[in-house]
Ligand binder design. Structure first.
Ligand SMILES: Cc1cc2nc3c(=O)[nH]c(=O)nc-3n(C[C@H](O)[C@H](O)[C@H](O)COP(=O)(O)OP(=O)(O)OC[C@H]3O[C@@H](n4cnc5c(N)ncnc54)[C@H](O)[C@@H]3O)c2cc1C
Length: 387
């Protein structure tokens, strides 16, 4: 992969790798994840100290600079040990930094990006509703109506990850119902999470246990005009840019988890004995890790190629979907085989394999389900839209 990266990218990746090894080791992450309902503030703080929240934010706005390539490289390195905990960084990276960069005005960029870069502002994405996440527009009941000086929002969001600790919610609502197309009349707001009328409830879930996903109830929540991102009623198209970014960060996260799975599987095969031999000598298990290495190599090329397209602002929706589907399926298969290789220890909460398996499972469902991503890929091949 080094052939496709600039010297600067390689230096950044190597620095990030050393930092992760020293500051975010696997056993520390395993312990954090076990503390359900306790947001890992210490991890957030270490990310601040490294400057991770400034990745992809221009230096003149207090960030570290860099592109989606940098963001993907970091997502991969962090997920190798942190697995789903890497969302502590990822959520604000795409629902804060990218959302404001792509959907906000110059004044909003100047106001919010320096605070995000400094780690002083956290965000969460509140798009999905109980009525449906795949059919986001069909399921959307959240409404914003115009009042003097702003908007009043009523509705219900679900699965908003990190909403309980966010300062702002990157939120989608319908501002007009009489529209020619469903994607018209959609607006994007940056809603202060502590606004009157917001109730947040954590939802128990399979993985990423200390990074809560929440339902968000909005009852007559007032949002001032200056927190509308972009034009009223025209929010759908700009919002697809941070969503594309999220898809690729997801793919890179899956790849990082796959790295973690493969290294743990190999380490176990090199030490565990059965029938007087190392289990790494058994061909059946060698085939498992050979498959993982092939998935890793394919995922790496796909993620990097897509990141380079996005960085060059070339069309990449199809590639983002492909990278997300492939990497989420590869890591799922790899983590499952990883548990098999570790035997009983793979099922034990004392090792990380179960964490990779639980955390990676989500990424076949969200942020876009793999069925829906395949629908869009098929449409990109010129077939009629199936949804
Ligand atoms: C842990 C977790 C964290 C999340 N974090 C966030 C977040 O931070 N912010 C946010 O906004 N959302 C978040 N989500 C929501 C996530 O994006 C949705 O769960 C996802 O989009 C799927 O929507 P759904 O759950 O409503 O499933 P549904 O839309 O009900 O889909 C159910 C099944 O039907 C299939 N299906 C639906 N339509 C089609 C079709 N046309 N063709 C083929 N198959 C179809 C789907 O693929 C899926 O298999 C999170 C979800 C989870 C579980």
């Amino acid at each position: 992969m080094n052939d496709l990266l600039s010297d600067e990218d390689i230096a950044f990746r190597d620095t990030a790798r050393r930092w992760v090894e020293a500051e975010v080791p696997k056993d520390w992450c395993r312990d954090l994840e076990r503390r359900e309902h306790e947001f890992p503030e210490l991890l957030w703080q270490r990310l601040c100290d490294f400057g991770a929240h400034g990745i992809g934010i221009p230096e003149e706005l207090g960030g570290q600079g860099g592109s989606i390539v940098t963001q993907a490289l970091f997502a991969r390195e962090l997920a190798r040990t942190a697995a789903g905990l890497s969302w502590v960084w990822g959520v604000t990276s795409f629902s804060g930094s990218k959302a404001i960069s792509y959907c906000g005005s110059e004044a909003q960029r100047r106001e919010f990006l320096p605070r995000i870069a400094a780690g002083k502002l956290r965000t969460a994405m509140a798009f999905t509703e109980p009525g449906g996440g795949t059919d986001l527009l069909g399921g959307m009941r959240t409404r914003a109506r115009k009042v003097d000086g702003g908007w009043v929002i009523d509705g219900e969001k679900i699965w908003s990850t990190c909403a309980h600790v966010a300062d702002y919610l990157f939120l989608m609502a319908r501002t007009r119902t009489e529209v020619a197309k469903r994607s018209d009349g959609i607006s994007i707001f940056f809603v202060p999470r502590r606004s009157a009328g917001i109730t947040i409830t954590e939802l128990p879930k399979l993985g990423m246990r200390c990074v809560a996903s929440c339902s968000v109830h909005l009852d007559k929540v007032f949002v001032p005009d200056e927190l509308l991102l972009g034009e009223e009623g025209q929010g759908w198209r700009p919002s697809t840019r941070p969503l594309n970014n999220e898809r690729l960060v997801n793919a890179a996260t899956c790849l990082g988890m796959l790295d973690g799975v493969l290294e743990d599987a190999l380490a176990h095969m090199r030490t565990r004995q059965a029938f007087g031999r190392l289990i790494g000598e058994f061909q059946a298990l060698q085939h498992y890790v050979a498959d993982m290495a092939m998935w890793q190599a394919q995922g790496e090329l796909m993620v990097l190629h897509t990141a380079l397209l996005q960085a060059a602002e070339k069309p990449s929706a199809m590639e983002s979907n492909m990278a997300k589907v492939l990497c989420s399926e590869y890591v799922g298969k790899a983590a499952d085989l990883g548990i098999q290789i570790l035997g009983g220890m793979g099922y034990s909460a004392e090792t990380d394999m179960q964490r990779y398996w639980r955390d990676s499972r989500l990424l076949r469902i969200g942020p876009i389900s793999n069925e829906m991503a395949r629908n869009q890929i098929a449409e990109g091949l010129g077939l009629p839209r199936s949804f």
